[in-house]
Design a protein around this ligand. Structure first.
Ligand SMILES: Cc1ncc(COP(=O)(O)O)c(C=O)c1O
Length: 400
C-alpha cells in the first residue's frame, strides 16, 4: 500500500480548499420557529429566505394534525412503505393530493429530492433521451445521471432551442424509443416560469413526455395554489408528470408526483428511493393532509403571499433595483459580482434582515444576487424595514 494513502485526510483538504475559495457553506442556526420574524444566530431578524411561502409550518391545524397523529400512530412508520410501513395515512395523503390536484393519481415520497432521484432514472434508459432545461434543479440532474439514456440540454426557457433539440433528436438512428422533456416549473434562483404550454405542445408533436418539477409553484400558482399545471390550464395528457414537494409552501416535508394511475403504479414499483427507504412518519403524513385542507378551505393565504410579493417587488423596482425576471414570490435582487452580493447580504444582515447571497457557481459569475422569498405572514412593517435596508446597502454599493 503506498504510504501517501490516507482514508480521510483529503476530506479536510477539500474543505480547506472550499474555505480558501470562499465556496463553503456557513450554516446559520435558526433558534425559533421559521416565522417572518425569528431568531437566527442570536439575532432577531426578518426572514426573507424561507420556502415556507404560506407559513403553514406553524399553522395550528397543521401542527395539531402532526401531534395527534403522532400520539395515535407513533413517531415512525416502522418500515419502508413497500414492506410493512404503508399506513392508512400515507394512502389517504396520496388520495387527498390527487383530489386536490384534480388528477387521477398521486404518489408521495419522503422528499422531493427522492421523488426526482427515484423516478427520473426509471423513465429512460439506453435508447431513450432526456431533454433538460439548462437551469433545472440538481435533483433532476442527479436523476438523469443515474441512467444510460442520451441527454440533451436546451437553453433556459428557450422554446426555439427546444424545437431545435427535438428536431435533431428525430434524426437519431435507431429512433429513440422514449423521450422525456424535463423542466422546473418555477426556477428557484430566478423565480421565473417555464413556458409549459409551449413545451407541452412540442412534446406532443414528438410523442414525448413532459415532467415538470413544481417545487416552488405549489401553493403559490394556479387555482387555490394547485400548481403550474392548473396555472396554465393544462391537463394530464399534456403534462404527464407534475412533481412537487411538501417542504415548501405546504410547510412540512415530503415529495410527490401526480399524473395517471399507470404513472403511480409504475413509480412505486420502480423508484428505488421509494422502495428502499422508510416511509414518512405518520405525523408528517397527517400534517401534509392538513396542509392540503388548509389550501382547500383558506384561500386567503395564497392571495396574501402575492400581495406581499407585489408590494416588495414594486418598492424595489421603484428604488431602481434590478429584480431579474421574477414572476413569483421569489425575487432576485441582482448584484453582478459575487463579492457585491455577499457585501449586500452582510449589510442587510447587520440591519437584521436575513436573505442569502446566491453566488458563483450556483449562478453565472456575473449574475450573483440576493434571493428574496416573500411569505404570507410578512407584515407591511417587515417589508418596509427590508426595503429600507436594501436601499441603504444598494446605495452604498452603487447598485441604485
Ligand atoms: C426545484 C426543486 N426541486 C426539488 C427540490 C427538493 O425538494 P425537497 O426539499 O422536498 O427535497 C427542491 C428543493 O430545494 C427544489 O428547489
Amino acid at each position: 500500500m503506498p504510504n501517501e494513502r490516507h482514508p480521510t485526510k483529503y476530506l479536510g483538504e477539500e474543505y480547506q480548499r472550499l474555505v480558501s475559495e470562499n465556496l463553503n457553506w456557513e450554516l446559520k442556526e435558526l433558534q425559533t420557529a421559521n416565522e417572518p420574524f425569528c431568531t437566527v444566530d442570536g439575532r432577531q431578524v426578518t426572514m426573507l429566505c424561507a420556502n415556507n411561502y404560506l407559513n403553514l409550518a406553524t399553522h395550528p391545524k397543521v401542527v395539531d394534525a402532526m401531534i395527534e397523529a403522532t400520539k395515535k400512530f407513533g413517531a415512525g412508520a416502522g418500515s419502508d412503505r413497500s414492506i410493512s410501513g404503508n399506513m392508512t395515512l400515507h394512502e389517504e395523503l396520496d388520495r387527498r393530493l390527487a383530489a386536490f390536484k384534480r388528477a387521477p393519481a398521486s404518489l408521495t415520497y419522503q422528499t422531493g429530492f427522492m421523488a426526482n432521484e427515484g423516478l427520473v432514472p426509471q423513465l429512460c434508459g439506453r435508447g431513450d433521451l432526456f431533454v433538460s432545461d439548462e437551469l433545472n434543479h440538481g435533483s433532476i440532474i442527479d436523476g438523469v445521471r443515474l441512467t444510460h439514456a442520451d441527454r440533451a440540454i436546451f437553453k433556459h426557457k428557450n422554446v426555439e432551442d427546444l424545437t431545435r433539440v427535438m428536431d435533431e433528436a428525430e434524426k437519431h438512428k435507431p429512433p429513440y424509443r422514449h423521450i422525456w422533456i424535463l423542466t422546473d416549473g418555477v426556477f428557484s434562483m430566478d423565480g421565473d416560469l417555464a413556458p409549459l404550454p409551449e413545451i407541452a405542445k412540442i412534446a406532443e408533436e414528438h410523442g414525448a413526455g413532459v415532467y415538470v418539477d413544481d417545487a416552488h409553484g405549489e401553493g403559490v400558482l394556479g387555482e387555490g395554489g394547485r400548481g403550474i399545471v392548473s396555472h396554465f390550464s393544462l391537463n394530464r395528457d399534456q403534462v404527464q408528470v407534475e412533481m412537487g414537494t411538501f417542504s415548501k409552501a405546504f410547510g412540512v416535508i415530503g415529495g410527490h408526483i401526480t399524473g395517471n394511475e399507470d404513472l403511480r403504479n409504475f413509480a412505486y414499483n420502480k423508484s428505488r428511493s421509494w422502495l428502499l427507504s422508510g416511509g414518512v412518519p405518520p405525523g408528517v403524513a397527517a400534517a401534509c393532509v392538513a396542509a392540503i385542507e388548509v389550501l382547500e378551505t383558506e384561500p386567503e393565504h395564497v392571495k396574501k403571499v402575492w400581495e406581499n410579493r407585489n408590494y416588495f417587488l414594486k418598492a424595489m423596482q421603484e428604488l431602481g433595483f434590478d429584480t431579474g425576471n421574477s414572476e413569483t414570490p421569489i425575487v432576485p435582487v441582482m448584484c453582478g459580482e459575487s463579492r457585491t452580493a455577499k457585501k449586500l447580504a452582510d449589510f442587510i444582515w447587520q440591519k437584521s434582515i436575513f436573505a442569502l447571497p446566491i453566488v458563483f457557481p450556483m449562478v453565472a459569475r456575473d449574475k450573483a444576487r440576493i434571493r428574496v422569498q416573500l411569505c404570507t405572514k410578512h407584515t407591511q412593517e417587515h417589508l418596509d424595514t427590508a426595503v429600507e435596508a436594501f436601499k441603504e446597502g444598494g446605495k452604498k454599493l452603487g447598485l441604485i
